[in-house]
Ligand binder design. Sequence first.
Ligand code: HEM
Length: 220
Amino acid sequence: MAPAAGAPAHEPRAGGMARWLVSPLAKPLLFLAALSPLAGLVWGAVADTLGANPAEALIRSTGDWTLRFLCLTLAITPLRQATGWHSLLRLRRMLGLFTFFYGVLHFLCFAWLDMGFDVTAIVRDIGKRPFILVGSAALLTMLPLAATSFNRAIRALGARRWQALHRAVYATALLALLHFFWMRSGKNDFAEVAVYAAVLGALLGWRLWRWRSRRLVSAT
Ligand code: HEM
């Protein structure tokens, strides 16, 4: 079977999923799906269904979604390699940018609802609470990645340098996990942290394993 229109030439026999991934609907549908958590939160705030502490619910929920989108973004490469659905790559940039989007929203919810946009209080809190410092570092590592996620930046940097820069996403993942761990350690509640640690460990472990096997092959 010929590859579906728009699919990379090396796309293996296009099954249902691979065909769907290259369809013009894939990106708009993912965009809408990625906005649905925000829609749910806005709806919850307007309808007053966010519980006894809506500010806390908004801060925590946007933090959770940042971490979930980070996992989804990091899952693209292993999934592509395991399934041969190379067109998954078309969706990675959008997922990465949504990770950054929810990270910024999370920060803005904190800065607004906890700190009343008082810059001095925000800076003081970053210095005072280590988990906030680590969260801020995680967000900062995403800045250059978001800023260079456009075709012109990729062309200007060159593929190699772009790839090297985008390895910073591993630092983002570790800092995000540490931020979550530190926050929950105050409550001695590690169940969810352990789930995210297992998912991120598997996604990063897969890369490490592939990298080692490639080195072994090239050394022989
Ligand atoms: C990549 C960046 C970040 C990620 C992935 C992230 C993720 C998270 C997660 C998963 C939670 C816990 C949610 C829950 O308990 O269900 C959380 C809580 C929180 N984060 Fe972040 N965060 C990030 C950056 C930041 C930044 C930049 C700040 C502020 C400067 C921040 C401040 C907070 C606060 C105040 C809480 C809630 C603490 C509480 O309710 O006791 N985070 N974050």
